[in-house]
Design a binder for this molecule. Sequence first.
Ligand code: PLP
Length: 448
Amino acid sequence: MTIDASLVQERRLVTAIPGPKSIEALKRRSEATSAGLGIAIPVMIERAHDAILQDIDGNCIIDLGSGIGVTNVGNSAARVVDRVIEQVQAFTHTCFTVAPYLGYIEVCEALNRITPGDFPKKSLLVNSGAEAVENAVKIARHYTKRPAVVVFEHAYHGRTNLTMALTAKNLPYKEGFGPFANEVYRMPLPYPFRWHGNPATITQDSLTEIALKIEKEIGAHNVAAILIEPILGEGGFIVPPRGFLPGLARYARENGIVFIADEVQSGFARTGDLFAVEDEEVVPDLITMAKGIAGGLPLAAVTGRAEIMDSVHAGGLGGTYGGNPVACAAALGAIETIEQDDLVARARHIGAVISTSLQELAGTYDIVGEVRGRGAMQAIEFVLPGTKEPNAAAVQAVVQHCQSNGVLVLTAGTYNNVIRLLPPLVITDALLADALSVLRDAVASASS
Ligand SMILES: *Cc1c(COP(=O)(O)O)cnc(C)c1O
């Protein structure tokens, strides 16, 4: 069997969005699927390749979201597809903790090699980002024999019970789903655009405040882990000020606290480094990964210091599907693609193109409060003109304009006032330029 994976990398609209077939299909969606599931764009996808999504009406939409930062290597990337087909024909499942296989080990070897830190590392594979975060916390507590976990304002770590507790935002993630896990303590996050204090001393002031709060409210000796996204994802692509992450890592080290970087969204070449912490040479004790790890198949991981990862008794970690062989094959294909096609460099190039274009918007339209991000993880925060008041209505207008014109963009932000761009790292220059021109028109029309 041969599969034609090619799909012309061009935006093409043949109906309105949504088209008639999508409208019909969306009725079935409402009837069959839980009302608790939202959707970002009202179309039904039939196929996708690299940065183009084709819907059942034949519209070809430019994907600036990558399924939330997942298809970094492109949708149905060749090396992922080849390895998955080979694996699915060989075997589909044994459960690694029942009858192990080499694919799982090869993914762990790769993660131990590519993650920051030149000390011995070990890895654990699971199914989702939330499960990776849960396991990192379990391991840190087991290793330190301490209960408390320190997290931050604007954080997102998942939707399971523990990770809801770790997540900052109530609606839509937590509302009505409590009670939540205890021993979770939230610290202020230095959010440069909205910092209340002196911008010149934001890093030192926030580190001092956090150390004081930890000492007074928890006691550093009770803290198992400090957990942070190096660039906050759902919170609105907030980039902490320079020096903050290194300072936090230093504080953790001095107090015997496990420093966990949640790289679920920022990892796998997204920011122009393999992992976002590399930008300031921060070396976490544990890293959680998912999303971009396997080109679209469900896989997640915790990688970190061998002495921490090995502190758990045999049988203490695991799960039926964790490190499924098909997902592992996909991960090996994705990691090979990132390395052989130098997608780190590609992310830097995409980042430069996007930020040049967005900075132009910031200089032209007063609803653009700030443009920020790193590499191919860039965002626009919208405000009411002349203020820093969040402008969620502008975001809705921009999203609507983009969708009607065949460009998929995602939103984010505690105040629902951020548009975030997470294009596949294989997007062509021509396609990216086309998408950015649609986005420019959308911001122009939202500001008039
Ligand atoms: C998406 C995300 C998660 C949760 O991952 P799931 O696979 O959806 O469970 C955790 N942390 C961060 C930073 C994320 O962006």
